[in-house]
Design a protein around this ligand. Sequence first.
Ligand SMILES: [Zn+2]
Length: 269
Amino acid sequence: MQVETSLPEQATRHTAGGAVLKSVYTATLRGLRNPVAPRLFGLLARPGSSRAALAAGEWLVRRHRRVLALSAHADDLEFFCGGTLRRLHEAGAHVTAVILSDGEKGGNLRNLGDIRLSEEGRAAAVLGYDRLLFGHLPDYGFPQDPRLAPTIERAWDEVRPDLVLAFDPRGLEPGFVNKDHTTLGRVTIKVARRRLAGGARVCFYATRHPNVLVNIDAVEATKERAVLSHRSQLRFLPVGDYPNLTRLYGRIFAAWAPCRYAEPIYRLL
Ligand SMILES: [Zn+2]
């Protein structure tokens, strides 16, 4: 699955809007380095019992064998649930990742879709995904695309998962609401309703309403390497800050739990 990709010079070219975003992201990350910040943000997304949520996370990663992980774009899975997928892999689960669009609107590079799918191949090798499927649906087109549900259904029926992971349809605010993400969550619920007899557990990542926390202390460094595989998307911060951003996400959800880094999951079924 190892796919090498080289990035052309134009990767460093920024639009004026991109430069503004870059300075906003950098200032935000600096502000969040204050150790109090993860605890404040974590308070807003704290499960009823952090210990019970962590116990549910251990059960999640140890008791499932066929995992279907659905994402809208290359890099979604790695950032939001890469640690969980790595832990499932280490516990012996067979992980199929589905990247539903090529992510061709995520920058101004020529052939960006091809580049991003190659980068996903590298990230998949880092995290140990067993299969990588591509939907090739249009980026930023999910809300009006009638092919989304049938594409998910085909993957579901082929993998016959006991655990399905998708975006939380309620979004992870502020700053992360993306119509492709939220539509994927909503359509996953529709597909799940027609497959209740199959008994798959359905869970959402990128949630601010976690009832499950996955302790990713032992795999955080591996997750960071997977996130760094997405070179074309490391546009808004100095590259060296992306591990800090990844750690910050984990620290927010571990802020009130007895671990250093955690990923939030909302278990629906
Ligand atoms: Zn995305």
